[in-house]
Write a protein that binds this ligand. Structure first.
Ligand code: FMN
Length: 199
């Protein structure tokens, strides 16, 4: 797409944002597949890429997976406020989702996501050291015997203890559509009509 559509309906823009977010859950090369998740850490805001695993436009919900020992999961446990940032160059669209993210660990939501995950992804959750542990030398933190293969279903099972789902309840979205002849921007919440705001 050379240009974004000329939006005159804020609802249409909201629908487009959710449509792209839903598509991105299953399309690995989709520009929205790896949003930036920002949390609040002791030293201030912290941001990182995550893989978008699930999105539900009717519930205004986003999900991604993380090691429960990781700084991001621990930050969200102490303060669930967060922002998920998406940008699609081909769609000329930026979407910011503000909300609160709960950590699901050893519960039904975690178990369902674990079942859907690939064995190779599960390998990361068998990491012997907590993510962000300082090291004397480069170390992948993979179990040495699994460095060159995926674990079996049985081997992977121990990783479930470290696996968590970050489930965000989106409370507000800020959507910016870029156009040569003028950008447009809206703010929208689940329970109110979107409003146009100056880009
Ligand atoms: C493309 C991409 C996708 C990523 N997806 C995830 C993810 O889904 N979950 C995750 O915990 N880390 C993911 N990471 C790694 C994080 O961005 C981050 O570097 C790491 O988890 C440490 O984060 P933390 O110290 O803030 O917890 C991804 C990194 C990249 C580059």
């Amino acid at each position: 797409m050379d240009q974004a559509p000329h939006f005159t309906s804020a609802n249409e823009l909201t629908e487009l944002a959710w449509r792209l977010i839903v598509q991105a859950c299953t399309q690995r090369r989709h520009p929205f597949h790896t949003p930036t998740l920002s949390t609040l850490s002791e030293r201030g805001p912290e941001s990182r890429c995550v893989i978008l695993r699930h999105a539900d436009p009717s519930a205004w919900e986003l999900r991604a997976n993380a090691d429960v020992r990781s700084p991001k999961a621990q930050e969200l446990l102490s303060d669930p406020r967060c922002t998920w940032l998406f940008y699609s160059f081909p769609d000329h669209l930026q979407v910011r989702c503000y909300g609160r993210t709960q950590i699901h660990h050893l519960d039904d939501i975690a178990a369902e996501a674990w079942q859907k995950s690939q064995l190779l992804s599960r390998r990361c959750y068998l990491a012997p050291m907590s993510p962000s542990t300082p090291l004397d030398e480069p170390n992948s933190n993979l179990l040495p015997e699994l460095a060159d293969r995926e674990p079996t279903e049985e081997e992977a099972q121990a990783g479930f203890a470290n696996f968590s789902v970050m489930r965000c309840q989106v409370e507000q979205m800020d959507i910016l559509s870029l156009r040569f002849d003028g950008n447009v921007r809206i703010q929208v919440t689940p329970n109110s009509d979107p409003i146009w705001i100056a880009p």
